[in-house]
Design a protein around this ligand. Structure first.
Ligand SMILES: [Zn+2]
Length: 314
């Protein structure tokens, strides 16, 4: 893996969005005046994932208006975004702790105090009032974009309705803390509020921002909330039917010498017994045929998740 990736994207100036109309900085709600869901398009949960800011900026510039319900455009961890430095692009994922590991009442109500948690608390009322949420992210892997649908069937259905990205990964999040899409409001059963996360591509590739804009419009189309003529110029012909990969295992590094057997980008399909990695004396092999690698980590230290494994659902 290269340590100095090329930065093809330019972080947009978001200062014009600071004073929105919601009383929360960098949050703007557009109201159709018609009945319908409250949809949220959320960007910058991770400050160095530029594609989401580019998508929100593009939606404002194209004059997007909801045809029904309300649409909120949210720039989440703005402090981390403003710390982005192309010379150290991995450093501004968050300020003090990962904004996407905070989403339980226990953590949000705790006495812990970090810049990221303060911002999470500011945004909590917004998410508490959302019926459907699209969380725009990007990834280290230079592979195909994918949708993380978490644990619920309703999120899987929404992910399929987008049509692209075609890879849908049904997973249960991270042991290190709860993601926003796994927040009780969205992942509780029974319930109807629904959230999906799109990994639009490698963090700083130009194509990743194209996918982020398109995913935002596909999300609004799936909800019947955007004029199809407004969206059409931004939709690419996309091939491949949506496929759901259900996560079966997480591979945790037992040593600091965990090394992948090949430069995997993720979504490779391996035959049973194929060597995935060596970890000290341990050989990590694919446990079954059609084993899909999900988001292999760039650097792995002992105790961390190196890669997750899954199988395509029939
Ligand atoms: Zn992210």
């Amino acid at each position: 893996m290269i340590d100095q990736p090329q930065i093809e994207l330019t972080p947009p100036d978001i200062s014009a969005y600071r004073h929105g109309n919601t009383g929360i900085d960098y949050v703007t709600t557009l109201d159709s005046g018609q009945p319908g869901p409250h949809a949220v398009i959320n960007a910058l949960v991770h400050g160095n994932e530029l594609c989401g800011a580019i998508a929100i900026d593009a939606l404002f510039h194209m004059g997007v208006r909801p045809r029904r319900g309300r649409l909120t455009l949210c720039l989440a961890n703005v402090a981390a975004y403003q710390a982005f430095d192309p010379k150290a692009p991995y450093a501004s994922r968050f300020m003090e702790e990962d904004f996407n590991r905070l989403w339980t009442a226990e953590v949000l109500d705790s006495r812990r105090d970090t810049i990221d948690l303060q911002r999470a608390r500011q945004l909590r009322p917004l998410y508490d009032g959302a019926d459907v949420l699209l969380d725009l992210h990007s990834m280290t892997n230079d592979g195909e974009p994918l949708i993380l649908s978490g644990r619920t069937e309703r999120a899987r259905t929404l992910a399929r309705a987008l049509g692209h990205p075609a890879w849908i990964v049904a997973d249960s999040g991270h042991a290190a803390g709860r993601r926003l899409i796994d927040y009780d409001r969205f992942a509780g059963e029974p319930g109807s509020p629904t959230a999906i996360l799109v990994e639009c591509g490698q963090h700083w590739r130009a194509e990743t921002a194209v996918v982020a804009v398109e995913a935002s419009l596909r999300f609004l189309l799936a909800l019947g909330m955007v004029d199809p003529d407004l969206a059409a110029p931004h939709l690419r012909p996309r091939h491949g039917v949506p496929r759901v990969v259900v996560v079966s295992d997480a591979v945790t590094a037992e040593t600091d010498t965990f090394t992948f057997a090949a430069p995997f980008h993720g979504l490779e399909s391996l035959a049973a017994g194929t060597l995935i990695a060596t970890d000290g004396d341990r050989r990590v092999v694919a446990p079954y045929d059609g084993c899909i690698l999900i988001m292999p980590a760039r650097r792995v230290r002992q105790g961390q998740t190196a890669v997750r494994l899954g199988r395509v659902e029939d």
